[in-house]
Write a protein that binds this ligand. Structure first.
Ligand code: GLA
Length: 734
């Protein structure tokens, strides 16, 4: 059984809950006074007799024995879900504002339940699994004075080293209470020389890996922007300072949520650390009337004693099998060509059809019409909200265009930015109060647009219907759902003042509701999420669409760093990656067309250029690139990802690979970012192969054992020039 309960006799610890995954164990202890303590998370152990780890014998202040310094106990005891204002001065997970205006809340064990499978979290995305895949533990707790019931929910995956956590709070009192803060997960343990790894960035520079020492200065990441953000991803990992890709302990948390978040880790006065993750409490306040329940989003926790590589592959497997629902999740995605970098706003139906005609001859399978097809949108100053086809631009209308594209044997896709409104739009003229704003304050513009108040049902209905109407009008098989600005000036005319602190979270629930409606009505739609590039690259969005546009930066070299950070957590099958034209529109760099193709192969693969205009030698390469995609995509999409070398660390070259689950095939990508004069070839030690197997490398006659390729290495010849790349395709020898 993955979840077990043990009663402990003659001990301060009364109950132990032991949660086991294939390689890990998590232990919770209920103590005399009913506090829910965290005993252990780490390598798998069989024996549940580990209550000594709670250090009770060292504590002079255990309340049931000596209550004179209860706060000293509370301020050091490892808690599963620390609460505010009762004497634990470390960062906590839950605080309230009671009807009396007080902030304190406690959490005392009441009972437990073990459930086969996993319950849904209402209105929110979450991982899923059958009764065989997952077992859940619910620890029911109460705060007696406030009459709150607080459920700590843990789900344990049978085949993966994953434990998910979420929390549910119900108000059983006649008086309303406000939640001022509710995080979803906490992890208390000793500091074992940990460094934190987080994913930081900006527009066009998303998810660069950053390491920070874990000590008394808090490592804290967050978003207050209403989306998960370009700047910080809702992912926090700590690892031993000497951990590598294959060795050392790693603890990671990833938030299945697409809005404001907070995660942190800091050491306390006793050298213990506390790692937390949840909805950001800034600008958050949620009213619970009698009988109301609040469900906090899910945190996915992964522990690996085999270094970061195992953590990464665990996340990839979990998200591919137990989070992404799209019918495309195990399928090749059509190779698309998107007209954004090809034309920006300057296109008409003829231009698009000419791109499609040329593209169809080269093996490209879908045309995606990006921004600029609706209202009067000739630049980014107008028309968001008016989702009516501009028939002056697209003569014959959308159906004609989609049909013409279909006649070429290609699918047709379209861009939307449903959550937004331009001040210059019919929608805004008619409903100025539909934009998020504060009465009496002119809201801040961003990209000359406002955010629609999709916390309101009538606004959501309008948004949904205007998108769905377009989709019903033609054969549209793909949608790129964009979101190009962050939220500000938080105010809604429909929320009473005591509920204004609910707006940020209600906004995210609104996004999820819209996307759920979309995929329910159009179940075969390929949905790619996007937010000014990759500002909403999070597990929440993967519940609705199988892929997310990784970054507006399509430069092959920049992408090495962005894709490395992204692939640390998210599967390659989810990373939107395209070959674009050079000089690159974001950085001006010129890289070989071949390298751009090799780098895009690590993601969903597509094109973002004017195929009627690019140099002939580049265009001539497209048929072989599209073949390359078909040859390798099953492997890239479904295989195990291994990081061999990082350009972000060595400044010279990058190497990563994907190995099939049966270890019979592997594909390694090597990018020589900088040429080294007068050096020997580069020795690369592959990872993930079967040491005992014999392998062949495509294009060579000899065979190698896996052991040789991984331990002695393989020699990659120097290539003439910078930004050169090659693929190394390894297959089991007969
Ligand atoms: C965002 C997206 C781009 C493109 C533009 C259109 O920036 O990331 O790919 O769709 O919007 O305005």
């Amino acid at each position: 059984m993955p979840v077990n309960h043990y009663e402990v006799k003659n001990s301060y610890v009364k109950d132990i809950f032991k949660l086991d995954t294939p390689n890990t164990t998590y232990c919770i202890g209920i103590v005399d006074e009913g506090y829910v303590g965290h005993i252990y998370y780490g390598k798998k152990i069989e024996d549940p007799g580990i209550e000594h780890i709670l250090r009770i014998d060292e504590m002079p202040w255990v309340p049931s024995k000596n209550n004179r310094d209860k706060s000293s106990f509370l301020d050091s005891f490892p808690m599963e879900f620390p609460t505010h204002g009762i004497g634990d001065y470390r960062e906590d997970c839950l605080s309230v504002e009671s009807s009396g205006g007080n902030f304190a809340v406690g959490l005392i064990y009441d009972s437990y339940e073990i459930i086969n499978g996993k319950n849904k979290i209402s209105g929110l995305p979450s991982t899923f699994g059958s009764d065989k895949d997952v077992t859940s533990l619910v620890i029911h707790c109460i705060d007696e004075p406030l009459k709150l019931s607080i459920d700590l929910i843990y789900s344990v995956f049978e085949d993966l080293d994953v434990i998910t956590r979420s929390v549910k709070v119900t108000n059983n009192s006649k008086d309303s209470v406000f939640l001022k803060k509710i995080y979803s997960a906490c992890l208390d343990m000793d500091n074992d020389d940990f460094v934190a790894v987080t994913l930081h960035g900006s527009w066009a520079r998303e998810r660069h890996m950053v390491e920070s020492e874990v000590n008394r200065a808090r490592v804290s990441i967050d978003s207050t922007r209403g989306e998960s953000s370009h700047q910080m991803n809702p992912f926090l990992m700590i690892k031993n300072a000497d951990a590598t890709d294959e060795s050392g302990e790693v603890y990671a948390m990833n938030f299945v949520y697409s809005g404001n978040f907070h995660a942190s880790v800091a050491e306390d006065q006793f050298g213990q650390i506390r790692m937390l993750m949840g909805i950001n409490s800034e600008d958050f306040k949620w009213k619970l009337r009698e009988g109301d329940t609040f469900e906090a989003p899910e945190v996915v926790m992964v522990y690996s004693s085999f270094g970061t590589g195992h953590m990464t592959r665990t996340f990839h497997d979990l998200y591919r099998k137990h989070l992404i629902r799209s019918p495309y999740k195990d399928k090749k995605r059509p190779i698309l060509i998107n007209n954004w970098e090809a034309t920006y706003f300057d296109f008409n139906e003829e231009k698009l059809i000419s791109i499609a005609r040329e593209a169809s001859k080269l093996g490209i399978e879908m045309l995606v019409m990006d921004d600029g097809w609706f209202g009067h949108r000739e630049d980014d100053n107008t028309s968001l909200g008016d989702w009516i086809v501009n028939e002056e631009k697209l003569k014959g209308g959308l159906k004609y265009l989609a049909d013409e594209v279909n006649k070429l044997g290609m699918k047709f896709g379209i861009w939307f930015e449903p959550e937004m409104v331009s001040p210059l739009s019919d929608l805004y003229r008619e409903h100025p109060d539909w934009a998020i704003a504060i009465p009496g304050r002119v809201p801040t513009l961003s990209r000359n647009q406002y955010v629609l108040d999709i916390t309101r049902e009538e606004v959501r209905d309008y948004v949904y219907e205007s998108v769905a109407k377009v989709l019903r009008s033609a054969n549209i098989e793909y949608v790129k759902w964009d979101m190009n600005r962050q939220l500000s000036d938080i105010g809604s005319v429909s929320l009473p003042k005591e509920r204004m602190g609910e707006l940020f979270h209600r906004y995210v629930l609104g996004v999820y509701d819209l996307q759920e409606r979309l995929i329910s009505e159009f179940p075969n739609l390929l949905l790619e999420n996007c937010s000014g590039g990759g500002a909403r690259f999070d597990p929440g969005m993967l519940f609705y669409g199988p892929q997310i546009w990784c970054s507006d930066d399509t430069d092959a070299v920049e992408r090495l760093i962005i894709q490395e950070g992204t692939a640390l957590v998210y599967p390659l099958s989810s990373m939107g990656a395209h070959v674009s034209d050079c000089p690159n529109h974001t950085v001006g760099r010129v890289t070989p067309f071949e390298t751009r193709g090799h780098v895009a192969l690590a993601g969903t693969f597509g094109y973002e250029l004017d195929v009627t205009k690019i140099p002939k030698e580049d265009k001539d390469m497209i048929p072989s690139q599209t073949k390359m995609y078909h040859k390798y995509n099953d492997l890239v999409r479904e295989g195990d990802y291994y990081r061999v070398a990082s350009y972000s660390k060595n400044g010279q070259y990058d190497c990563y690979g994907v190995v099939s689950k049966d270890k019979k095939e592997a594909l390694y990508t090597y990018v020589q970012v900088m040429m080294r004069p007068n050096y020997h070839s580069r020795k690369i030690k592959f990872k993930g192969l079967d040491p005992k197997r014999n392998y062949k490398i495509e294009g060579e006659d000899r065979t190698y054992t896996g052991e040789i390729l991984m331990n002695a290495g393989y020699l990659v010849k120097n290539m003439w020039g910078d930004f050169k790349s090659c693929l190394i395709h390894i297959m089991e020898a007969d």
